[in-house]
Design a protein around this ligand. Structure first.
Ligand SMILES: [Ca+2]
Ligand SMILES: [Ca+2]
Length: 143
C-alpha cells in the first residue's frame, strides 16, 4: 500500500537479483497492480516499486523469488519442470520414475506427452531417449 503522499508508482522487475531491471508498469495510481507473469524464468527475481515523481523513494522485495517456466509454454520435454526449461537427463529420470518405479505424478503432463497422443507411455520415453542420445531429434513445441 503506497503512502498517501505518493501520487503514482512505477513497478519494476529484476530477474538477476537487482543487476538489471525491466519496467512492468508506469504511473500506477491504485494500491494494487495485476501482472501477468512473462518469461524468462529465474531463480533470482525481485520486484521494486518506485515513486513515479520522486525516483529516490523506492522499496523492493526483501528476498528473491522464482519464476518457473509455464506448463508446456514452449518446447515439450521439460518433464521435471526445471527452472532452465531444458529437456535433459533429469527429465528422462522423472519419466522413467513416473512410468515404471514410483509412479510419481508429473508437474505438467503435456511436457511429457512428447508424441502428443494424449497419454504418457513408452512412446514418449522412446522420443526423449532419441532426443538425448540417438538422433538428437528436435522435440515438438506444445502448439
Ligand atoms: Ca528439465
Ligand atoms: Ca504420448
Amino acid at each position: 500500500m503506497k503512502d498517501s503522499g505518493v501520487v503514482a508508482v512505477d513497478v519494476q522487475l529484476s530477474r538477476n537479483n537487482g543487476v538489471t531491471w525491466e519496467t512492468i508498469a508506469n504511473n500506477i495510481t491504485s494500491n494494487s497492480y495485476d501482472w501477468l507473469v512473462t518469461p524468462d524464468s529465474t531463480s533470482a527475481g525481485i520486484i521494486r516499486v518506485k515513486d513515479s515523481y520522486v525516483p529516490t523513494r523506492s522499496d523492493q522485495s526483501d528476498a528473491t523469488f522464482a519464476i518457473y517456466p509455464g506448463c508446456c509454454m514452449a518446447g515439450r520435454g521439460n518433464i521435471d519442470c526445471s527452472l532452465d526449461g531444458a529437456a535433459d537427463i533429469g527429465d528422462l529420470t522423472i519419466l522413467v520414475d513416473h512410468l515404471f518405479i514410483n509412479f510419481v505424478p508429473l508437474c505438467c503432463s503435456r511436457e511429457a506427452d512428447l508424441d502428443d497422443n494424449g497419454s504418457i507411455d513408452i512412446g514418449d520415453l522412446t522420443l526423449i531417449v532419441d532426443h538425448l542420445f540417438i538422433t538428437f531429434l528436435q522435440l515438438d513445441s506444445c502448439y
